[in-house]
Ligand binder design. Structure first.
Ligand SMILES: Nc1ncnc2c1ncn2[C@@H]1O[C@H](COP(=O)(O)OP(=O)(O)OP(=O)(O)O)[C@@H](O)[C@H]1O
Ligand SMILES: [Mg+2]
Length: 276
C-alpha cells in the first residue's frame, strides 16, 4: 500500500493502491471531503522497469518446498548470477520463471506475463518472449545447425522461408558462427554447440535469457568465450540475463549482481566463496 497526495487544478489526487498490475487513484474535491471518482490504471510490462518480479513466492518440487518466500526484482538489461550448492533450487527457480514449474503460491511476473495465470495454451506466448540456454545444449542430433534453428522458428509460428533464413543468418552471426550453418552438431566443438544453443535462444529476439549452467560442460577457455558472448548480448542488445552457475572462476572474473539459493531461501547481493 502506498499513499501520495497531490493537488492538481482544484482537485486532490490520492494515490492509494499500487500493485504489480495496476495503480489506483482516488480523486477528491477541493475540500478533500467527497470522492469524485476512482481511477485504476493497468500497468503493462513496458511501463515497469523490471522484467522479473516475484513476491512471496513458494516453489515446490512435488510435495517438497524447495524455496520459501522468494521476493525478487530483476530490471531490464541486468545481468544476474544465480549460485548455490547443488540441490538448493537454482533450476527450480529458473523453471518457475519459464513456466515449466507451476507457480501456485505468491505473485510472479515475467516479461509482462502473470505466472499464476499461465496455462498450457499461454506458456508458448511466455516462451516466445524469452530464451532458455541449458548446460547440455539439447540440439537435435539428426539435423544440421540451420535445420535445428528452423525447427524452433517453425514451432514458434514462423512461416516465411526467406524471413526464417534471414533470422537464422542473423543469430548465427551474432554468436560468430555464420560459416557453420551446414554443420551437424557432432561436427562442432562443445563451445560451438553452446553458441548454437545461445543462437537458438536469440531467435525470437528475447528481452530475457535464462541460462542454466551454460558453462557447466566447458573447459575454462571456452567458458571464457561464452561469458564474453553473454555479456556482449546483455550490454549491446539490452537483454536481461539470469544465469545459474557453479563456476566460481567465471563469477570472479565477470562481476555482476549475485543471487544465492541457500537454506530454502534466495539471498540477494550474496558474497560468494570458492565452494559453490
Ligand atoms: N522433477 C523433480 N521431481 C522431484 N524433485 C525434484 C525434481 N527436480 C528437482 N527436484 C528436487 O528439488 C530440489 C532442488 O533441485 P534443483 O534442481 O532446483 O537444484 P539445483 O540448485 O539446480 O541443483 P544443481 O546445482 O545440482 O543443478 C532438490 O532437492 C531436487 O532433488
Ligand atoms: Mg540445476
Amino acid at each position: 500500500m502506498c499513499c501520495k497526495i497531490s493537488l492538481i487544478n482544484t482537485n486532490w489526487y490520492y494515490l492509494y493502491k499500487v500493485d504489480l498490475k495496476s495503480i489506483s487513484i482516488k480523486i477528491f474535491n477541493t475540500n478533500f471531503e467527497n470522492v469524485i471518482s476512482i481511477k485504476t490504471f493497468k500497468l503493462n510490462s513496458n511501463m515497469s522497469k523490471s522484467i522479473i518480479e516475484l513476491k512471496s513466492v513458494n516453489i515446490y518440487q512435488g510435495s517438497n518446498t524447495v524455496l520459501n518466500d522468494v521476493n525478487l526484482s530483476v530490471e531490464k538489461g541486468e545481468f544476474v548470477y544465480l549460485v548455490g550448492k547443488t540441490g538448493t533450487g537454482k533450476s527450480s527457480l529458473l523453471k518457475t520463471l519459464y513456466g515449466d514449474l507451476e507457480l501456485t503460491e505468491g505473485e510472479g511476473w515475467v516479461a509482462g506475463h502473470n505466472l499464476r495465470e499461465l496455462t498450457w495454451k499461454t506458456v508458448p506466448f511466455l516462451r516466445r518472449n524469452l530464451g532458455v540456454v541449458f548446460q547440455d545444449f539439447q540440439l537435435l542430433t539428426d539435423r544440421n545447425v540451420n535445420e535445428n534453428l528452423k525447427f524452433v522458428l517453425k514451432a514458434t509460428g514462423w512461416i516465411d522461408e526467406k524471413l526464417m533464413d534471414d533470422k537464422i543468418n542473423d543469430v548465427l552471426s551474432k554468436v560468430n558462427l555464420a560459416a557453420k550453418g551446414n554443420k551437424m552438431p557432432f561436427e562442432l566443438s562443445g563451445g560451438e554447440q553452446q553458441r548454437v544453443d545461445i543462437a537458438r535462444a536469440l531467435l525470437n529476439s528475447p528481452k530475457l535469457i535464462l541460462a542454466d549452467e551454460p558453462t557447466g560442460n566447458l573447459d575454462p577457455e571456452t567458458s571464457d568465450e561464452i561469458m564474453q558472448l553473454l555479456f556482449h548480448i546483455c550490454k549491446d542488445f539490452d537483454t536481461t540475463i539470469v544465469m545459474a552457475t557453479h563456476d566460481y572462476m567465471v563469477i570472479n572474473k565477470y562481476r555482476a549482481r549475485t543471487l544465492k539459493t541457500e537454506g530454502g531461501r534466495v539471498w540477494d547481493n550474496a558474497t560468494v566463496s570458492s565452494h559453490l
